[in-house]
Structure formats: structure tokens, C-alpha cells
Design a protein around this ligand. Structure first.
Ligand SMILES: Nc1ncnc2c1ncn2[C@@H]1O[C@H](COP(=O)(O)OP(=O)(O)OP(=O)(O)O)[C@@H](O)[C@H]1O
Ligand SMILES: [Mg+2]
Length: 508
């Protein structure tokens, strides 16, 4: 089957076609300096080909998660163990589901390890699951750097190995690499060399231009044309695109990137009382600790000599200062728990919280704890997630104390952290014999707007043997929990009612 994806236009206005089947066999390299429009191009390619081929996107910036709502990609947060990522990658191939692996928020080394684990998981899938899948890697130079950088040798080898597998040995296994890079000279040569299709965008540096010319088999003067390309303009070459270098303009996209170029914004009119505004302190200002920036004054040599001649080392000046400071008041565990819960509910009660990732909420949580000067070790991310899940389920104190709820909590550990909130939301509805939450409500508990994804979650719980989903005669949905021996009352899956769910703090 030949499917021509419409990438945009060639000069004269004819459509610029990309043969997707040919692409699966011959891979694609996109190159262009920052802002040349690579990510936009990848998005156009992904949107246009979504109905035709399974897609996996390795997304360092979390830009492509917006594909989920319109095209149903599953968003996989890279903040997981390598074993988990390998398992997910395997199941992604088995079930032929498109997905975005978002690595936003991880440091470079963690990003490399996560991408490598995921790519290896896909590469090592069972032969029976070797269906074609487009594997798009944005910022490929991060994962296949041409020279060793600041990261550990181990991480670099792992990531480079996975990228080499993808580009050199992936074809037989159905993996078609589509990689984009800002700087060809920074991308490992063997990884770049395996692509037979190229889309070259604006390129400033001679060294990149020279590499591009070599790859494309052009002479260097001809490659000069890459220097003046405008944003969104690329030169296409390769069996899936064009037999000769063909300038094309990438068309528009349907979903938006989460980050966009900075725009100049007019400054607001200066208010009359600028000085008042700037010099009036806010009341909390004086309670914040001062940060001292001046270097400490040099100590007189006599002091140092005196200190050295003492037999027992005296406490350092910092320790002395510490001992003079009033000690942090001790908090009883109950009082501490209460304060933690108060901060937690401030965060959860923000209506936007449902659509923020747990990692973002956790950062916010830590900052607030520091601001309140809550002593003791901070709560671990895992525990935080669990509490968020419980409070998102909106269970009241009375229900929280029932044995049924305790069993639900135990069962919820069997699903991954990000699904616990949804699971508990359903369990609560069942324990209280309330109507089954609508798709929208379930989606919200998962932090998405996608009803389709909500339904998939139910399917997943069912696969795990945790619930049985059935419907009444009018088509309303009922979710039963065999282990709890309860079920929700019937609820319309497509109900739009976004009744605010009361969030009281669960006494765990
Ligand atoms: N063909 C196009 N039509 C309209 N807007 C475009 C087009 N290409 C790019 N843009 C816009 O230009 C900006 C930069 O594009 P993009 O993010 O794709 O660049 P990039 O090459 O990926 O840059 P970086 O390497 O820094 O990630 C974005 O705001 C994008 O929406
Ligand atoms: Mg980009």
C-alpha cells in the first residue's frame, strides 16, 4: 500500500508528498538550527501519518504530549525504573499503541538512560510483535552524541548503543527511525549515516554544512543554500521524498507545541507610584533568611596558628553560630502530619492541579514546605504521589476508616503510581454505591482531557483482574470490584457533569 503523506507544499504550490511505506524502510534525518522548525516538521509528519502507522516519540522536552488528546497517544513519563520502561516498551509493541515518552524534568543522564531502556525494550520485543512503528527522536544529538560529554561513559554507551540499534538494525524489526538534530556535527556519524532520507533546514555553521553536503552527496557550494532557508523551509532528498534536492515549505499543524518561541510583549504602562511599589516590602520579607553573598573576611594568621596549636579542635565558627541560633521548635508527629496535610490540600485544591503532572506538583509541594519551615525530612515523591492519589479520590473520613477502603488501598498498590488516583476514585464510588464516574471525570483524575484514554484505563484495570465493567439495560456503565464485593450504581459514560468533587483529606 502506498500512502503519500502531505508534508506541505513545493514551490508552485503542489503538495510535498512523503511516501510513508518507503520511509519505514529508509529512515529520515531532519537537521536545522534552533528555531528552523524541526519539531514543527516532526509534528506535521506525526499528525499526517497517525492514522496509518504506529508511532513512538522520544520527547526530551515533553512537547509532543499534546498529541495524546487528538490522536490518542499514551503519554509515558520517563521518570521510572529502567525495568518498568522496558516492560512498557514491550507492551507498546505488543498492543500496537502509539505513545510519547516524555523525558521532561529528568537530568541529561537520566534522559539518556530512560530513552535507551525504552528503545531497547522496543528493539527486543518478541518477533511476533515486529509490526512497523515510526520511532521519532527529537534532539537526537543528546542521545547519540558524537563526542563524550559530561555524562558518565556508561550512560553514553547505553544511549548510543540503543540509537545505533534503532538506526542500523531496527528495520528488520519494524522500527523506522526518524531523528532530528540541531547540529549534524554533534550527532554520531554512524547514526546519521543510516538515514537515506533528509530534510535539511537552516544551517549556519560551516562544519554542519560540510557534514550535510557529505551526507547528501552534494558539493559544498551547493550546500550553501541551507544557510538562507527560512523557518519552516527545508530541502528534501531521498527515496521517500524526492530523487533530487527539492525545497519544500512545511504545512500547518493541528495540535500545538507546549513551548513556543518567545514573543516580544509591550511593557505595561508605568504606574504612577513606581517607587512605592518597588520599595514597600511585603510582610513576609523579613521572616525569610538572608542569603549572604559577600565572601567571608580573611582570618588573621594569628587566629589560625592559635587554633592549630590547640590540642582539641574548637568548634568551627559556623557550628558556633548554629548553636547560638534558636533551635527549630520540635513538632509532635501529629502536628507535623497536620501541617503536611494542610500544605497538601492547598496544592490539591487548586483547580488546575488535576492537569499538572505529579512531578510539577511535588516541586510545588517541596517549595511550600520550605516556606513553612516544616522541620524533618521531606516526604518522598512516591509517598507524595500516593497521598495525592488518595485525596484525588475524594474520600470522606468515615469511608476512609472502613475495612473496604483499606482493602481498596491495598489493591491500588497493584497498579502503577500514576493510575492509583483513578483506581481509588472508582473504588470510592463503588464503596458508596454512587453512579460510576463519567469518562470525563475519570480522565480528569488521570490528569488528561481524553475520554478515550479514560476508557482504556478501565480496560487496563479489567485486564489486571481488579474490576469487572458491565452495563445496565440502558447502556449505563457499572464497575464492580470482585475483591471488595461492591459495585458502582449505573452511570452514563458520556455524562458531562463536572460536579466538583469534595476533597476532604483522607485519614490514611
Ligand atoms: N512551517 C511552519 N509554519 C508555521 N510555524 C512554524 C513552522 N515551523 C516552525 N514554526 C514555528 O516556529 C517556532 C520554532 O519552531 P520549532 O520549535 O519547530 O523549531 P526547532 O527547529 O524544533 O527548534 P529547536 O531546535 O530549538 O527545538 C515554533 O513556534 C513553531 O510553531
Ligand atoms: Mg525542537
Amino acid at each position: 500500500m502506498q500512502v503519500g503523506i502531505d508534508m506541505g507544499t513545493v514551490s508552485g504550490g503542489a503538495p510535498a508528498k512523503l511516501d510513508i511505506e518507503e520511509l519505514l524502510a529508509t529512515r529520515l534525518l531532519v537537521q536545522g538550527n534552533s528555531g528552523s522548525g524541526k519539531s514543527h516538521l516532526l509534528r506535521r509528519l506525526l499528525e499526517q501519518s497517525a492514522p496509518w502507522v504506529q508511532q513512538v516519540i522520544i520527547d526530551p522536552e515533553g512537547d509532543f504530549v499534546t498529541l495524546a488528546d487528538k490522536y490518542g497517544h499514551v503519554v509515558v513519563d520517563g521518570e521510572r525504573t529502567e525495568a518498568e520502561l522496558v516492560g512498557i516498551a514491550n507492551r507498546i509493541r505488543q498492543h500496537r499503541v502509539s505513545c510519547v515518552l516524555t523525558l521532561e524534568g529528568l537530568d541529561l543522564e537520566e534522559q539518556m538512560r530512560a530513552a535507551a531502556a525504552f528503545l531497547n525494550g522496543m528493539f527486543d520485543a518478541d518477533r511476533e510483535h515486529w509490526y512497523p512503528v515510526l520511532v521519532v527522536v527529537d534532539e537526537a544529538q543528546m542521545f547519540a552524541p558524537s563526542v563524550a560529554g559530561d555524562v558518565s561513559e556508561d550512560a553514553r554507551k547505553m544511549s548510543l548503543g540503543a540509537m545505533t540499534n534503532l538506526m542500523c538494525r531496527g528495520r528488520k524489526r519494524g522500527l523506522a527511525g526518524v531523528i532530528a538534530t540541531q547540529r549534524l556535527a554533534k550527532l554520531a556519524k554512524n547514526v546519521a549515516a543510516e538515514a537515506s532520507n533528509f530534510l535539511m533546514g537552516r544551517t549556519f555553521l560551516d562544519i554542519d554544512m560540510a557534514r550535510a553536503a557529505d551526507l547528501l552527496g552534494m558539493d559544498r557550494r551547493q550546500a550553501e543554500m541551507f544557510r538562507d532557508l527560512k523557518r519552516g523551509n527545508f530541502v528534501a532528498l531521498g527515496p521517500a521524498l524526492s530523487r533530487r534536492p527539492l525545497p519544500i515549505v512545511i504545512g500547518s499543524v493541528e495540535t500545538s507545541a507546549r513551548s513556543s518561541s518567545p514573543k516580544l510583549m509591550p511593557l505595561p504602562d508605568a504606574p504612577q507610584d513606581v517607587e512605592d511599589l518597588i520599595f514597600t516590602p511585603d510582610p513576609e520579607e523579613f521572616t525569610r533568611p538572608m542569603t549572604r553573598r559577600a565572601p567571608p573576611a580573611p582570618r588573621p594568621t594569628t587566629d589560625i596558628l592559635a587554633e592549630l596549636s590547640r590540642s582539641v579542635p574548637a568548634a568551627s565558627p559556623a557550628a558556633q553560630e548554629q548553636s547560638q541560633r534558636p533551635a527549630q521548635p520540635e513538632l509532635s508527629p501529629e502536628a507535623r502530619e497536620e501541617r503536611l496535610n494542610a500544605v497538601l490540600s492547598e496544592i490539591i485544591d487548586d483547580p488546575q492541579a488535576a492537569y499538572r503532572t505529579d512531578a510539577v506538583l511535588y516541586q510545588d509541594f517541596l517549595v511550600r514546605l520550605r516556606m513553612r519551615r516544616l522541620p524533618g525530612p521531606p516526604m518522598a515523591m512516591r509517598e507524595f504521589r500516593r497521598r495525592v492519589a488518595i485525596s484525588r479520590a475524594g474520600v470522606d473520613k468515615e469511608t476512609a476508616e472502613t475495612p473496604g477502603w483499606q482493602t481498596a488501598l491495598e489493591l491500588s498498590v497493584r497498579v502503577s503510581d500514576d493510575l492509583q488516583g483513578v483506581f481509588l476514585l472508582l473504588a470510592r464510588a463503588a464503596l458508596l454505591a454512587e453512579p460510576c464516574p463519567s469518562d470525563m471525570r475519570i480522565a480528569k483524575a488521570y490528569g488528561t482531557h481524553s475520554a478515550r484514554r479514560a476508557r482504556r484505563l478501565l480496560g487496563y484495570f479489567e485486564e489486571q483482574g481488579l474490576v469487572v465493567v458491565h452495563s445496565d439495560f440502558s447502556g449505563k456503565r457499572i464497575v464492580a470490584f470482585p475483591d471488595l464485593d461492591v459495585q458502582t450504581s449505573p452511570g452514563a459514560p458520556d455524562a458531562q457533569d463536572e460536579e466538583p468533587v469534595e476533597r476532604q483529606h483522607a485519614a490514611e
